[in-house]
Design a protein around this ligand. Structure first.
Ligand SMILES: [Zn+2]
Length: 73
């Protein structure tokens, strides 16, 4: 008698860690542009739109790393 477990196939998604890496970003404190993009990034994650989330995360990273000099405050 063979045991065969029938599990529901999950839809193909990227690994959580990869999504986290894509959407990982640090908004610069007090910057409205960073804050707005960060909020939209989080909303997109909540909505499952990882492409949109990644785009906003990139905006935050570009802004925080380019417009603001990152360093000791
Ligand atoms: Zn900014």
């Amino acid at each position: 008698m063979t045991k065969r477990q029938t599990t529901q196939e999950q839809p193909v998604t990227l690994p959580t860690g990869f999504n986290h890496w894509l959407t990982d970003c640090q908004p610069y404190p007090g910057c409205g542009v960073c804050a707005a993009n960060y909020r939209q990034c989080q909303e997109a994650i909540a909505a499952g739109d990882i492409v949109k989330a990644t785009r906003h995360a990139t905006e935050v990273r570009d802004h925080a790393g380019g417009m603001h000099e990152t360093g000791p405050l």
